[in-house]
Design a protein around this ligand. Structure first.
Ligand code: FES
Length: 293
């Protein structure tokens, strides 16, 4: 609660300030939440990352208003807040969908089918990298490695894992999201909207039933590597989940029988060679258009 953000000029290609303020009731509510977050840190500026998640939970992306709010609360310049908000890809800078569908196209996932999944979803949804469907439900984007390479190719929806995907299963996934059908991540907490996810990332408890109990673990290959590193004997062959591993049942038996893939649909790069040079030719897509552009 320091000087007005309008006094803090910023360029860096960002929209012009001053930003409009939040309505009084929204600001009061956010200030209460912000005080709780800031109190967790010995140095208030350390609260910037969770505060950006907090303002993202309000509008679904980090707006100029949200950045000015963070600057005011923490006594930072808007340039400092902007530098952080534009550095981390978890902060969205323009309106996006309820479900952020991130396809890992980092090296391992790409060669295991991530490129094909991304290409399929682009065609199926009619949007490119960073694009949002007309119904406002799904935003598609490339993501980098999420340390789930055991389960490649991986798709993440609002940062929850959907392991061992294929183009067909990913297509079903986005169709279910758009239709409002319940979808369950392969492991971890139940899915919620992007705004709800942002609030959890800001550090507020996930009070949904079963959310805290839901867990996940490293894949069999990682665990084998860990055992070997400890000098223990590992199995002669690591069995992939599709071949009977711990997630085989989840993956091979979709909840909805109508969605059960045929063997042809289920083929993936695990099962057969796949063309891997199908990367999105426009990736990286360059700087995303900023809010208001
Ligand atoms: S390369 Fe996709 S999770 Fe690691």
């Amino acid at each position: 609660m320091t000087t007005s953000s309008s006094e803090r000029g910023v360029s860096l290609g960002m929209p012009e300030l001053p930003a409009p303020d939040y309505p009084d009731d929204v600001r009061a509510r956010l200030e209460t939440d912000a005080r709780e977050i800031v109190a967790r840190y010995p140095d208030s500026r350390s609260a910037l990352l969770p505060l950006l998640h907090l303002v993202q939970s309000e509008e679904g992306h980090v707006t100029r208003t949200g950045m000015a709010f963070c600057a005011d609360v923490l006594g930072l310049t808007t340039a400092e807040v902007t530098a952080v908000a534009t550095f981390y890809t978890m902060y969205r800078r323009r309106p996006s969908g309820d479900y952020q569908v991130g396809v890992c196209t980092n090296t391992l996932c790409a060669v295991m089918g991530g490129d094909a999944i991304f290409e399929t979803l682009q065609e199926h949804l009619g949007v490119g990298n960073g694009g949002t469907t007309d119904d406002g439900k799904v935003t598609l984007e490339h993501i980098e490695c999420n340390a789930a390479c055991d389960f490649a190719p991986v798709v993440m929806v609002n940062w929850e894992f959907f392991d061992n995907q294929t183009p067909a299963s990913a297509r079903r996934l986005v169709d279910d999201l758009r239709a409002g059908r319940t979808v369950s991540p392969t492991r971890g907490a139940p899915l919620c909207t992007f705004k709800e996810t942002a609030r959890i990332l800001a550090g507020f408890p996930d009070e949904r039933e079963g959310a805290l109990e839901a867990g996940g673990s490293a894949g069999p290959a990682s665990l084998t590597g860990l055992r070997l590193a400890k000098g223990e004997a590992g199995p002669a062959r690591v069995v992939h989940p599709r071949d009977g591993g711990p997630h085989a049942e989840q993956h091979d038996e979709p909840q909805d029988a109508a969605h059960r893939p045929s063997p042809a649909e289920h083929a993936s790069s695990h099962d057969a060679p796949r063309e891997t040079a199908a990367s999105d030719p426009s990736h990286p897509a360059g700087p995303a258009a900023e809010e208001g552009e």
